[in-house]
Design a binder for this molecule. Structure first.
Ligand code: ADP
Ligand code: ZN
Length: 438
């Protein structure tokens, strides 16, 4: 390994667009043929009147039917495997909070490639073997645990599997082990900082922290900037999903101008979720991913339900892998209130612009006297309850700014810091208590 190179895998990271496309086509053809080992895909292709030999160009990808989370549920647990089960060495399963759980199988080669992808992401933002990487996300079935563990080890960093929660212990590790980099969900980072403040720990003075990988949940640019300022670090957006292995699918480079999705591993499409046709670059649509080097469970044209847009195909960092905008959220995170479509991230973006407000907030939807309403509770950075006038004026200003953004006026409640619930994993931002009329 050349420690001074900005690239871990220069042979893949610096490919030109044409070279990338040629590699994608070669890998797509191979993947499609490999999929025919699975009864699921054989039937899918037969029903569509399609044979693997029909895939001769990247445009032919559009002939292939989409796959969805429902397919994974219907074939639970192993129905979409493309290798015999004894060749698999691990599985991850999603929580199943929104239905049947889903299972993703991995061969040893899949795990190796996954570790390579995560290592590449971490190298890209400057981590090297002399770094100490603390992984403060949940382990177990959640892929952010083992995914970053093996990736950071592959890079050669001293890797601390701290797992989620127990902030006092996290802070002790950060100080004692000289932690230079952390991976965590963004909502947890702000909690960690609050505990540092309570303990009189100044991250700039008392720690060696310099890089954070934040992801696994939608967060705004404002939230990222806050995290950077709080801890005196650079925070990079990390995108992953269990169906695509986990972390390592898309990651920001040092330019922080969008997530590079690794196109030697995935084909990226952005489609209109209604018409299922591709949208133009720059337009928001649903992210659809095709895996290009997976053995156990390749996924063809998987509809992620995540909404984003293409920002570009080149970057000053020298990588030509597609750049995507930060995710707005999944289509099912969208709140529909009195006929208006709202993403929680729009609300966060406004809230985080008020320096009087801390980072934790909760959106509650209720039905009051047959009217659906939204209440936004947000924590105050400092208490100024003695200055009632100022509090009222602030509430009014927040309401006003929110109305401009989401086109309806929510109730706003300013609450003391530390009052709203904090989850160890992904933050729960919306509680829907509306009456549902059948
Ligand atoms: P689950 O489906 O149970 O939430 P995953 O960990 O597989 O489990 O979640 C993947 C999803 O998390 C993505 O589809 C996306 O909605 C969200 N996600 C992951 N990383 C990011 C990110 N950096 N920004 C926004 N959303 C993200
Ligand atoms: Zn870049």
């Amino acid at each position: 390994m050349d420690n001074n190179s900005p690239y871990l895998h220069p042979q893949y990271e610096t490919l030109s667009r044409d070279e990338l496309k040629a590699l994608q086509l070669e890998r797509l053809k191979k993947t499609v043929k490999h999929c025919m080992n699975s009864e699921f895909y054989r039937k899918r292709f037969a029903n569509a009147g399609l044979s693997p030999d029909d895939i001769r160009s990247l445009d032919d990808l559009r002939k292939i039917p989409f796959t969805t989370k429902q397919d994974l549920r219907d074939t639970y647990p192993f129905g979409m495997a493309s290798v015999p089960l004894p060749q698999c060495v691990r599985l991850h399963s999603s929580s199943g909070t929104t239905g049947n759980p889903t299972v993703i199988l991995h061969t040893q080669r899949d795990l190796d490639e996954w570790a390579n992808a995560v290592a590449r992401c971490l190298w890209m933002v400057g981590l090297r073997p002399d770094d100490v990487f603390q992984n403060s996300s949940g382990y177990g079935m959640f892929t952010g645990g083992l995914g970053f563990q093996y990736g950071a080890e592959r890079l050669g960093a001293l890797t601390v599997p701290a797992a989620a929660g127990n902030s006092l212990r996290q802070i002790k590790f950060i100080k004692d082990f000289g932690t230079t980099a952390i991976h965590a969900v963004p909502s947890y980072v702000t909690r960690l900082y609050e505990v540092m403040q309570q303990e009189g720990v100044d991250p700039r003075r008392d720690t060696k922290l310099k890089v954070l990988a934040i992801g696994a949940e939608p967060h705004s640019e404002e939230q990222r900037r806050r995290i950077e300022q709080m801890l005196g670090v650079k925070a990079y957006n990390s995108f992953g999903m269990s169906e695509m292995c986990g972390p390592g699918v898309g990651f920001e480079c040092k330019e922080q101008n969008g997530l590079h999705f690794w196109e030697d591993y995935y084909i990226v499409e952005i489609i209109n979720p209604e018409t299922l046709e591709p949208v133009a670059d720059g337009e928001i649509g649903e992210l659809v991913l095709t895996t290009l080097n997976r053995e156990a469970m390749p996924l063809l044209r998987y509809r992620t339900r995540d909404l984003t847009r293409v920002l570009g195909h080149s970057c000053p960092c020298g990588r030509n892998h597609i750049r995507l905008d930060r995710m707005r959220g999944r289509s099912d995170d969208m709140i529909v209130l009195r006929g208006v479509n709202i993403f929680p991230i729009q609300i966060e973006t406004i809230l985080m612009q008020f320096k009087e407000l801390a980072s934790n907030y909760l959106i509650t939807l209720t039905t009051d006297a047959d009217n659906d309403n939204m209440t936004v509770e947000v924590e105050l950075e400092e208490l100024f309850t003695d200055d009632y006038q100022r509090l009222v004026a602030l509430e009014k200003e927040i309401k006003h700014r929110l109305k401009d953004e989401i086109l309806l006026t929510p109730h706003v409640r300013l609450v003391p810091k530390g009052t709203l619930p904090v989850s160890e994993g992904k933050a729960v931002r919306v509680v829907d208590k509306r009456k549902v009329y059948q």
